[in-house]
Design a protein around this ligand. Structure first.
Ligand code: GUN
Length: 283
């Protein structure tokens, strides 16, 4: 392997130390940053995610509450809970874990969150702020990717970045963040014709599709930086990303592993956003 690893665990530890310091400073001024995590239903993956989010808050000196409701909760009752959390001065960030049960309109629920507490960055007001370059909360996963690039001193100006995936949570906001730092951005997706011809031109590739081996060594220009947002299982049941790590790490200059890459950064940026929300509320 010739590529340098971008270690998401190490970078997270560094950033979380800073979060803990800032949280302690805010506490001395009478404000404990607080995050409310709302989970509806029994999705096993979601249960693991929310538990990790709550644990990370505690470790960082943030207050967190987990509200777990049965899948039978009505949308009206969930909206009422979101409204109560909007009014709660001890809560600075609200996260409604997705996916929600099928009888709920997830976007409607997200729009009910006060944008000042939208630490997931999923509200249309947050998406709009990112689009026009105004202050707002950035979605945690692409924000974490930006921090990883910053950690290796990567200058995006004039670079060609190829984002594979166009989700509202990762692909689209990722493209906007890269554009804001003067990269030339190509967004690819399932209907893109000749993906390889595009990725071969890329200085930076972000793979965010949710499918194994979307990016293989023959698709990568030597020296490119590769960020792997994927979270999949291989045939042996082991966690793997969207990138053929063994092959691509022979060609890339820098690469993120799975696990231990972008994954831990997502929760770290949630803590950063929650702290930021609390600092803004405290004035
Ligand atoms: N489900 C999977 N990832 C996320 C996330 O980052 N935020 C929320 N709210 N739900 C998710």
């Amino acid at each position: 392997m010739s590529a340098q690893l971008i270690d998401g665990n190490a970078l997270s530890a560094h950033l979380r130390t800073d979060v803990a310091k800032r949280a302690a400073a805010l506490k001395t001024r009478g404000t404990t940053p607080g995050l409310a995590v709302v989970l509806v239903g029994e999705n096993p993956a979601s249960q693991v995610y929310v538990r990790n989010k709550v644990k990370a808050c505690e470790a960082g000196g943030l207050h967190s509450v987990l509200e777990h409701y049965p899948a039978t909760l009505s949308e009206a009752d969930l909206l009422a809970r979101v409204d109560a959390l909007n009014q709660d001065a001890g809560i600075h960030g609200i996260l409604v874990q997705l996916p929600l049960p099928a009888h709920m309109d997830a976007q409607k629920v997200i729009e009910a969150i006060d944008p000042a507490k939208d630490v997931d960055g999923f509200h249309v007001a947050s998406a709009g702020a990112l689009m026009v370059g105004q202050p707002g909360f950035w979605p945690c996963t692409p924000y974490g990717c930006m921090k990883m690039l910053e950690s290796i001193g990567y200058d995006l100006r004039g670079k060609h970045a190829v984002v594979i995936g166009r989700s509202n949570i990762v692909g689209k906001p990722m493209a906007l963040m890269l554009l804001q730092l003067d990269a030339t951005v190509t967004v690819c997706h399932s209907r893109t014709a000749n993906l390889k011809a595009l990725t071969l031109q890329a200085d930076l590739i972000v793979a965010a599709v949710g499918k194994r081996n979307v990016l293989t060594a023959d698709m990568v220009k030597p020296g490119a930086v590769v960020l792997d947002v994927g979270m999949n299982r291989n045939d042996e049941g082991k966690l793997c990303g969207d990138v053929d790590f063994a092959g691509v790490s022979e060609v890339a200059s820098h690469i993120t592993p799975v696990p231990g890459g972008v994954g831990p950064m997502t929760i770290t940026m949630l803590l950063v956003n929650t702290l930021e929300a609390a600092e803004r509320a405290a004035g």
